[in-house]
Ligand binder design. Structure first.
Ligand SMILES: NC(=O)c1ccc[n+]([C@@H]2O[C@H](COP(=O)([O-])OP(=O)(O)OC[C@H]3O[C@@H](n4cnc5c(N)ncnc54)[C@H](OP(=O)(O)O)[C@@H]3O)[C@@H](O)[C@H]2O)c1
Length: 246
């Protein structure tokens, strides 16, 4: 398969790329940091047919980067979006730049890449899958991370619309609702029993992409936890401090 990985230097994306390389896929990698990407590409070897670097918030570059990837791969069978930014909630409320970056990276930059990508895939003769990592944080506004959650939840809504637009066509869209994962993003977070490794997250994503469950909770138990959390009336949610504490 020909696989495009966007945000390829993220811990989860790197494990996913390794899995796809083992499966014999050809990869095109896009990331921000050139030295990190070069080192990782060399590590993966000949399965990397191309790569490019740019800061994803420079959205005017998005279309040309997607075209470059498609020209390099020839066709695109699978895409994973894996970049993200998680400042502290306090930063996003007190620093305008942190708030803008949260929405630019987690929402606007993804849509800027997604739009030229789906139009290009629509014109492609063969079917394709697009998977976007959002977060369980996007399911309900919690004092701990509601700016990040709003960006990820907004992205989930966008993906839902796009999925309906392409129903019964050759494009399948997955919203990967990832739970807490031990990566550089959560290095300062206190770890509890719900945390999984990047390795495990990548393996579950890879497995999930074989099925037709387009809202994919990773790990799967989050589907049931978040169902209960979403159904809970707000007055109750606010009183359960383990859920609504800052
Ligand atoms: N870790 C968790 O607990 C968790 C939970 C739910 C969802 N998620 C989501 O899972 C995905 C993977 O995250 P991770 O945990 O693997 O995090 P990670 O290792 O910290 O990776 C984050 C990636 O985002 C990239 N990035 C940030 N801002 C960027 C920008 N302006 N332009 C281009 N790239 C940018 C970083 O690039 P650089 O290498 O250049 O810094 C890095 O590769 C993200 O979408 C994240 O929001 C994570």
């Amino acid at each position: 398969m020909k696989v495009l990985i966007i945000g390829a230097t993220s811990a989860v994306a790197k494990q996913f790329a390794r899995l796809r390389a083992e499966q014999g896929d050809q990869l095109y990698l896009i990331a921000r940091n050139e030295s990190k990407l070069q080192e990782f590409s060399q590590d993966l070897g000949a399965c990397v047919v191309g790569s490019s670097c740019f800061n994803f918030i420079e959205t005017e570059q998005a279309q040309s980067e997607i075209v470059k990837a498609q020209q390099s791969l020839g066709q695109i069978d699978l895409v994973l979006f894996a970049h993200g930014l998680l400042p502290t909630q306090a930063q996003t409320e007190t620093e305008l730049e942190a708030m803008l970056q949260t929405f630019s990276v987690n929402l606007v930059s993804v849509i800027a890449l997604l739009n030229p990508l789906h139009l290009l895939l629509q014109a492609q003769a063969s079917p394709a899958k697009i998977a976007v990592i959002t977060s369980v944080a996007g399911d309900r506004g919690r004092p701990r991370n509601f700016t990040y959650g709003a960006a990820k939840g907004g992205l989930g809504l966008y993906l839902e619309g796009l999925r309906s637009k392409y129903i019964c066509s050759g494009i399948e869209l997955y919203n990967i609702k990832l739970g807490p994962t031990d990566t550089p993003m959560t290095v300062d977070h206190e770890k509890n029993g719900t945390f999984i490794t990047a390795d495990k997250a990548a393996a579950l994503i890879n497995k999930g992409l074989k099925g037709r469950n387009y809202t994919l909770y990773v790990p799967g138990f989050w589907r049931w936890i978040m169902l209960a959390v979403k159904l809970m009336p707000e007055w109750l949610f606010q009183r359960l401090k383990f859920l609504s504490a800052p």
